[in-house]
Structure formats: C-alpha cells, structure tokens
Design a protein around this ligand. Sequence first.
Ligand SMILES: [Zn+2]
Ligand SMILES: [Zn+2]
Ligand SMILES: [Zn+2]
Length: 246
Amino acid sequence: MRITLLGTGDATGTPVIGCNCPTCQDGHRGGRSQRTRSAILVESDKGAVLIDTGPDLRTQMLKNNIGRIDGVIWTHGHYDHFAGFAEFHRVQYNVDVYGLGETLDYIFEYLKFMHPKRHNIPLYKPFNLIGLEFTLFEVVHPPSKKPVGVIIRHAGKKVVITGDCQRNIPQESMQHIMNPDLLIADAIVPPTVGVKKHMNTDEAMDLARETGAKDVVFTHLSHFFKPHAEAVEVYPLAYDGMVFEL
Ligand SMILES: [Zn+2]
Ligand SMILES: [Zn+2]
Ligand SMILES: [Zn+2]
C-alpha cells in the first residue's frame, strides 16, 4: 500500500491568516511549513481511498494528480476533516463514504445538498476497501462525540492513524493498535504549548513507545513549531505530500 499525507496542518493551516511568525513566513515562501488541512490518500493496485476530506481538497487532488477516488472514511465531524468533500461536487457523484453512524449523521446534515453513498461502520469491525483491510477504533477528542482512528492492514503490514485525539486512548483501542509498522500520530504542538483536545509531541512519542511502533510520523501540525527545516531536526514531522510505501 501507498500512503500520501495530503494535508498535515491543524484546523487553521499554515500560514495562519494574519500571522507573521517565522513559521508562517516560511509557509508564505512555499517552504515545508506550508501545511494544508487534514486528508490522507491510501492507494493499492485496486484503487484509492481518502481518510478525511479537509477544506483544501481540490488543491491537494490537483497537486497530487488524483483523478478519482473509490471511497472516503471520516474520522470525526470537525470542519477541517470533512468540509472539502463538496470539492467532489460535479466531479464525482455518489461517492461511497464510511464512518460511525453518529459521525455520518452530523456530516450529512452539513452536506445535505449532496448524495454520497452511506456506509455505517461499527467500531473494531474490519471492512475491506480497494483490497485493504480497514478498522475504526475509538479515541478521545472533546467535544467531538465519537472520534475514531483508523487501522489499515495489508500483506502483513499495519498502519495506525490516530486521527485527532488526546493521549488517553481507551484500553480496547490500545489492544488493537499495538505494534504498527507505521504510526501516524496527531501531535499539534511542542510540549511548551498547552493544548487540551490533541496530543503534544511528548504524548505522541510516548504513544509510539507504548505501541512499539516501528516508525512514527507526526501530523495535524500547528504554526507553534519552528519552521519545518529546524523543527524536523527535533521531531519526526510530516509535510504535505509525504509518501510512505509499505
Ligand atoms: Zn483537526
Ligand atoms: Zn504563525
Ligand atoms: Zn478535530
């Protein structure tokens, strides 16, 4: 499988509108500090699936030469994770969408002028798309009601995507996410910045240790990091367009 991190920014993206900090300046210059909102492309030889559809989806699809997608999985009902779905409007109709019932209810309310094909998926129950096995696991990300992370398995490889979450991942989920080949973890800020709804870099690294992840990369990154070239010396930060082949 092939995984492309289309958008590695937090809800505001970087540069942040109206901000002139060194990281946002690097973003304005087109450096790797420039981060669009959340979307992950998962590909196999049978097709392509998006995990989350952030508001920057049109730009991401054009830039990464994505012609069509075979399905969308939504992790939770936050604007920066679903609002870009409307970028499909008039391009691709009746797209298959997957997620917990509560999450789909919420998002369909927003997208009521569109008609995606709905698939309610229960927690911890594997389902197949494009020849890969996906499993949703519960995480904690207040005030989002039923946020999930996503496990992808194929040919003996395992990828865990935490989605937006705090460090207190429920025990049942912890059992499912052990020993990933790759952990893609929410780590919105360095530990010097206080945050409640997400993990900071210390917590994300601690999760990588506890799960025994072979490789870890941080995403959902804010402008509170130093510019990418400096920050990546300290933390395993993702960047837009980063690709993993497993
Ligand atoms: Zn988010
Ligand atoms: Zn800034
Ligand atoms: Zn969120």
